[in-house]
Design a binder for this molecule. Structure first.
Ligand SMILES: NC(=O)c1ccc[n+]([C@@H]2O[C@H](COP(=O)([O-])OP(=O)(O)OC[C@H]3O[C@@H](n4cnc5c(N)ncnc54)[C@H](OP(=O)(O)O)[C@@H]3O)[C@@H](O)[C@H]2O)c1
Length: 301
C-alpha cells in the first residue's frame, strides 16, 4: 500500500481516541509548492530546538514516537541547527533507526563568521545527520551571512545542499533581513509569525512572495506561550467552521493562511502534538475575513 494512502487508523491513531484523527489520512495533508522549484512540501514541518537530549532511552523515546507519527503523516520538513545542542545527532540516529530519511526534508543551519569554521560546521552537520546532502542549509539568525552566503551557493552548486535559506526570530533583525532578501538570491526565509507577532507580515512576507522565496514560519505558538493566553477560553464556533478542534490548530491555521507562507515548523516533542498539528493541515484554511476575526479575538484576550 502506498504510504500516502495508508490511513492513520491502520497505524494505530484510533488509540488516541480522536474521531478526527482516526479518519484522517496522510493523503489529506495539504502541500504547497516551494517557489524556486515547484517541488511540493507538506505545510506542517517539525521544529527540533528541544531535541537536544542525551543518549538515554528515557530521553529519546518520546522523540522517537513523535518522529514515527511524523512519518505516519507523510513526513516533511524537519528543522534543526548546531545551536540546538545534540539535536542534529539525535535526529541522525533516530531517522536512521526508523529508516525515514526518504520521507524527510532535512533543514539545518550554519552560524559561523569565518568561511573555514562555517565549512567545518556544515560538514559536521552532515556527519551528525548521517546525510551526504541536506535539503536546506540556512544561515542562523543572519550570523556571518556575508561569508556564508557564497559558501551556501557553492554547496548548492555541488549538490551538498538542495536549497539555501536564512533564518531569524527577532524583529530587531528584520531591517537587515529585508536588505538581504532584496539583494541576494535565496530559496527560503525562516521567520517568526503568529497571532501575537504579526510584524513580519508587514514587509518581509510580501517581499518574500515578490522575490519567489519560500517562507518557513517558526514560533507560531510563541514558543508555547500563546497556549497560556487562551487557556481559559473556548474555541469560538466560527473557528470550528474552518476545522479548528484545538487551540494549536487555531494558531497554526492563522500563520499558515498568510498568502506567502510555505510551511510552519511547530516544535513538537510529543506524539499527540504531532497528530493535533497535522490534523490542522487536513481541513481548510481561514478566509481573509476569518483571519480578521482571529486577530480581533486574540487582541481582546
Ligand atoms: N532563528 C531561528 O532560526 C529559530 C528561532 C526559533 C525557532 N526556530 C525553529 O522553529 C521551531 C519552532 O519554535 P519553538 O519550538 O521555539 O516554538 P513553537 O513552535 O511556537 O512552540 C513549541 C511549543 O508548543 C508546544 N506544542 C506544539 N504543538 C502543540 C499542540 N498541538 N498542543 C499544545 N502544545 C503544543 C510544544 O510542546 P511539546 O514540545 O511538548 O510537544 C512546545 O512547548 C524550533 O523548534 C526551531 O526549529 C528557529
Amino acid at each position: 500500500m502506498d504510504r500516502r494512502t495508508f490511513t492513520l487508523a491502520a497505524l494505530g491513531a484510533t488509540a488516541l481516541g480522536s474521531m478526527r484523527l482516526s479518519s484522517a489520512s496522510a493523503s489529506e495533508v495539504a502541500k504547497r509548492a516551494i517557489p524556486s522549484t515547484g517541488e511540493q512540501i507538506p505545510i506542517i514541518g517539525l521544529g527540533t530546538n528541544r531535541y537536544g537530549v542525551d543518549e538515554s532511552d528515557e530521553a529519546r523515546a518520546p522523540l522517537r514516537e513523535s518522529l514515527q507519527r511524523f512519518r505516519a503523516w507523510g513526513g516533511g520538513m524537519i528543522d534543526t541547527a548546531p545551536m540546538y545542542r545534540t539535536s542534529e545527532s539525535v535526529l541522525g540516529d533516530l531517522i536512521a533507526e526508523i529508516d525515514m530519511r526518504n520521507t524527510v526534508f532535512l533543514a539545518t543551519k550554519v552560524d559561523k563568521n569565518s568561511p573555514e569554521s562555517a565549512r567545518t560546521q556544515m560538514l559536521s552537520s552532515h556527519e551528525k545527520l548521517k546525510s551526504e546532502a541536506v535539503d536546506l542549509m540556512q544561515i542562523h539568525n543572519l550570523r556571518g551571512w556575508q561569508t556564508s552566503l557564497p559558501l551556501l551557493n557553492e554547496w548548492k552548486e555541488s549538490g551538498r545542499a538542495r536549497y539555501t535559506g536564512i533564518s531569524t526570530s527577532r524583529s530587531s533583525q528584520y531591517e537587515e533581513l529585508e536588505m538581504i532578501l532584496t539583494n541576494h538570491n535565496l530559496d527560503f526565509v525562516q521567520l517568526n509569525y503568529s497571532l501575537e507577532q504579526r510584524e513580519s507580515a508587514e514587509r518581509l512576507m510580501p517581499l518574500a512572495a515578490d522575490r519567489g522565496i519560500g517562507v518557513i514560519i517558526n514560533r507560531a505558538f510563541g514558543g508555547g506561550r500563546l497556549f497560556r493566553a487562551v487557556a481559559t477560553q473556548k474555541i469560538p464556533e466560527w473557528a470550528k467552521e474552518f476545522g479548528c478542534e484545538s487551540w494549536a490548530q487555531f494558531l497554526l491555521k492563522y500563520a499558515l493562511s498568510h498568502p506567502a507562507a510555505t510551511v510552519a515548523i511547530p516544535g513538537m516533542t510529543k506524539a499527540r502534538h504531532v497528530d493535533d498539528n497535522f490534523a490542522a493541515a487536513t481541513t481548510r484554511m481561514p478566509t481573509p475575513a476569518e483571519r480578521k476575526l482571529q486577530e480581533a479575538f486574540f487582541d481582546d484576550l
